[in-house]
Design a protein around this ligand. Structure first.
Ligand SMILES: Nc1ncnc2c1ncn2[C@@H]1O[C@H](COP(=O)(O)OP(=O)(O)OP(=O)(O)O)[C@@H](O)[C@H]1O
Ligand SMILES: [Mg+2]
Length: 383
């Protein structure tokens, strides 16, 4: 068992405002939890407080119910892999892997067994006698991972461990880590600002913004149900299109009807939207939910964003089209066959079930009502 609980954990340097602010987070036994957020949002600081490398200013950290705030780092059963890993240059790969175990007075036969096992797992078997200077960057990174893995700790902490690798190695090592997590079943906490890593590796994602937790949930849950405009834009590439516009009463209920944007809102009841009427709200739609032809938008009511294409970006598998609209820029992810020219006027169509609405003042999502939400799920599964 290794459940890690952060109860209103904060970190404050001097009298400045906290860099980690009352973070509440429970990481279940065997879970792969990803801390995701932009640079400076407090991810590394949070991880370092869990590791015992940084004092906790306020709140309680516990592991399996035991308060850990004042337990020294060396007595926490944790292994941490940093972005800037440091291998011992004068030691071979095998000696680097064995070092932590030697210090813990593990028997020689057991050390040999674990070094061989982890070496084989990470594809380092043939390199065990080499010095780090004779390894590629990716191989060194794997040795750093291996050093944490031989320890077989209760909890693994990773701070952007893949950011020094090239694109292909990143994908390989990412898959290797996912495999290792399945095999070991250990609790893992992984810091990244890369949303693809977060979506593919995490059992759950904790999105952080300005030292606070913005949202915690399974990757697709956070993607489909962002708690606020920050999360909506942070997860998704290109980010969700957001436009501030007045929410008005229409013949069918409530919706947006303003130059550049028509959006019926079928996922919300009139009672939910009435308090927001005639005030600015934020309308959101993802780039992949925008289409040029009506049929592609799917069954049911549709909305329209009118704009002028100014950048056509063919990516091979698809084409991104960036349009200028009366409300701001809008990006659509369209089929690679799209034949648009810069300057051309376009109507981007979307199913009403793909619309999001956020409170204009707070940026918080206005959650759709259950029945309307279920309809969206069914429509999506039919597409
Ligand atoms: N020793 C320190 N004294 C004062 N402020 C600090 C100290 N260490 C970190 N900070 C501040 O705390 C904030 C959070 O830093 P942290 O390293 O946790 O961010 P991060 O989310 O890991 O960012 P990145 O993605 O860039 O690594 C930053 O604004 C940083 O400047
Ligand atoms: Mg960091």
């Amino acid at each position: 068992m290794s459940v890690v609980t952060l109860d209103k954990i904060s970190k404050r340097y001097g009298s400045a405002s906290p860099v980690v602010d009352a973070v509440d987070l429970t990481i279940a036994d065997g879970e792969f939890m990803v801390l995701l957020g932009p640079s400076g949002c407090g991810k590394s600081t949070t991880l370092r407080m869990i590791a015992g490398l940084e004092a906790i200013s306020a709140g309680t950290l516990s592991m399996d119910g035991r308060v850990m705030n004042h337990v020294p780092a060396k007595d926490r059963d944790i292994a941490m892999v940093f972005q800037s890993y440091a291998l011992y240059p004068h030691m071979s790969v095998a000696e680097n892997l064995a070092f932590g175990l030697r210090r813990r007075k593990v028997g020689t036969a057991e050390i040999d067994r674990r070094v061989k096992e982890v070496g084989d797992l990470l594809g380092l078997g043939a390199l065990l006698a080499r010095k780090p200077s004779a390894l590629s960057g990716g191989q060194r990174q794997r040795v750093a991972l291996g050093r944490a893995m031989v320890r077989e700790p209760m909890v693994f902490l990773f701070d952007e461990p893949l950011s020094n690798l090239d694109a292909a190695l990143r994908v390989n090592t990412r898959n290797e880590l996912i495999k290792q997590h399945h095999r070991l079943g250990s609790t893992m906490i992984y810091v990244t600002h890369d949303q693809v890593e977060a979506m593919t590796m995490g059992t759950r994602i904790c999105v952080m913004n300005g030292g606070k937790v913005a949202q915690i949930g399974a990757p697709l849950e956070v993607y489909w149900h962002p708690a606020d405009t920050f999360v909506a834009r942070f997860l998704g590439s290109p980010p969700m299109n957001l436009f501030t516009a007045p929410l008005t009463r229409t013949s069918e209920g409530f919706g947006f009807a303003t130059p550049g944007l028509t959006a019926p809102l079928t996922r919300w009841s009139a009672a939910t939207l009435a308090p927001h009427a005639d005030r600015p709200a934020v309308f959101g739609v993802r780039a992949e939910d925008l289409h040029l032809d009506r049929a592609a938008a799917g069954p049911g009511p549709t909305g329209t964003i009118r704009g002028r294409a100014f950048a056509i970006e063919p990516l091979g598998a698809e084409t991104l089209v960036v349009c200028e609209t009366a409300l701001g820029e809008c990006t659509a992810r369209l089929p690679r066959t799209v034949a648009l020219r810069p300057g051309e006027e376009v109507d981007l169509l979307f199913s009403a079930s793909a619309a999001y609405v956020f409170d204009g003042a707070t940026g918080k999502a206005i959650p759709a009502d259950e029945t309307a939400s279920a309809v969206r799920g069914v429509l999506r599964s039919l597409q």
